[in-house]
Design a protein around this ligand. Structure first.
Ligand code: SF4
Ligand code: SF4
Length: 117
């Protein structure tokens, strides 16, 4: 397992989960991710990517929400768990993310080669 994959696995365990409003995807949009995470997402065609971007949406967003939920990128997981990425609908975990972990995740974003999902 590569160093980045280890970090991703670690961060995934440290981002608190919480319940969203059923069917809500207000925080989905164009997001970036590491090439390791991108490799685990279903492949989308150039046309699908272009259509999503034209709508300021994400190619993995379907009628029922995220179609790649189990492998969604770190930024999607982070959303709502920190006051800096607060849910517009007031949803949040009981305990927000540890600021030290949040800082490490942002450092990872800077260090890893981020690509548009
Ligand atoms: S975090 Fe908030 S905006 Fe995003 S899907 Fe959940 S409820 Fe909706
Ligand atoms: S990967 Fe899923 S959760 Fe993340 S922006 Fe796309 S549809 Fe939303």
């Amino acid at each position: 397992m590569t160093k980045n994959s280890q970090k991703i696995r670690f961060f995934r365990t440290r981002i608190p989960s919480f319940e969203c409003i059923p069917g809500c995807h207000d925080c989905c949009g164009p997001v970036t991710t590491s090439s390791e995470e991108m490799a685990r997402l279903p492949v989308k065609s150039d046309a699908e990517h272009e259509a999503a971007l034209a709508d300021l949406s994400c190619p993995h967003l379907g009628d029922q929400g995220c179609q790649a939920y189990a492998e969604r990128p770190l930024i999607c997981r982070l959303f709502g768990t920190t006051p800096r990425l607060a849910c517009p609908n007031g949803k949040r975990p009981e305990v927000m993310i540890d600021p030290k972990i949040e800082q490490q995740i942002h450092q990872f974003f800077v260090e890893s080669r981020q690509v548009l999902v």
